[in-house]
Design a protein around this ligand. Structure first.
Ligand code: ZN
Length: 167
């Protein structure tokens, strides 16, 4: 297993639309393990392949307290969304920023696991928020896209400054 480098906004690779997974082989399984290790290490509750510069439709999540309920979402699609609600959100690719956004309180989705088996799941609360957030990543979207352009500009400037200082 390996800890992968998480890309930070405004890296253009975060804007790529990820391509469907067609082969569920050992290589994919290894990559999924690396995604989990990177997510737990960060620490975060979800991580999409796009965030580590791999434009494939796969994301992982674990919103459990004990960090023992790993969920693999390959080729995920949303089937149904519940009522809208305002939630606090953050993202490993937008470090040190949190903001209020609108999400749906429940989500029913379909995805494949690491073996290519299709499953359906209905989730609520943080898990529902996480599914919506990670699926957005696979389409090159970030939660800050939902904020005002002025706010987005401020966040971008702050992150670019931090990245320059880190060089
Ligand atoms: Zn994110």
């Amino acid at each position: 297993m390996a800890i992968l480098k998480i890309l930070h906004h405004p890296d253009p690779r975060l804007r790529e639309t990820a391509q469907p997974i067609t082969e569920f082989d050992a290589e994919l399984s290894q990559f999924i393990d690396d995604l989990f290790e990177t997510m737990y290490d960060a620490p975060g509750v979800g991580l999409a392949a796009t965030q580590v510069g791999v434009a494939k439709r796969v994301a992982v999540m674990d919103c459990s307290e004990g960090k023992d309920k790993p969920i693999v979402m390959a080729n995920p699609e949303i089937l149904e969304l519940g009522d809208a609600e305002t939630v606090d959100e953050g993202c490993l690719s937008v470090p040190e920023h949190f903001d209020k956004v609108t999400r749906h309180a429940t989500t029913r989705f379909r995805a494949q696991d690491r073996n290519g088996e299709t499953y359906e799941m209905e989730v609520e609360g943080l898990m529902a928020q996480c599914v919506q957030h990670e699926l957005d990543h696979l389409d090159g979207k970030l939660y800050i896209d939902k904020l005002s352009s002025l706010k987005r500009m401020r966040i971008r400037k702050k992150l670019e400054k931090a990245q320059k200082a880190a060089r």
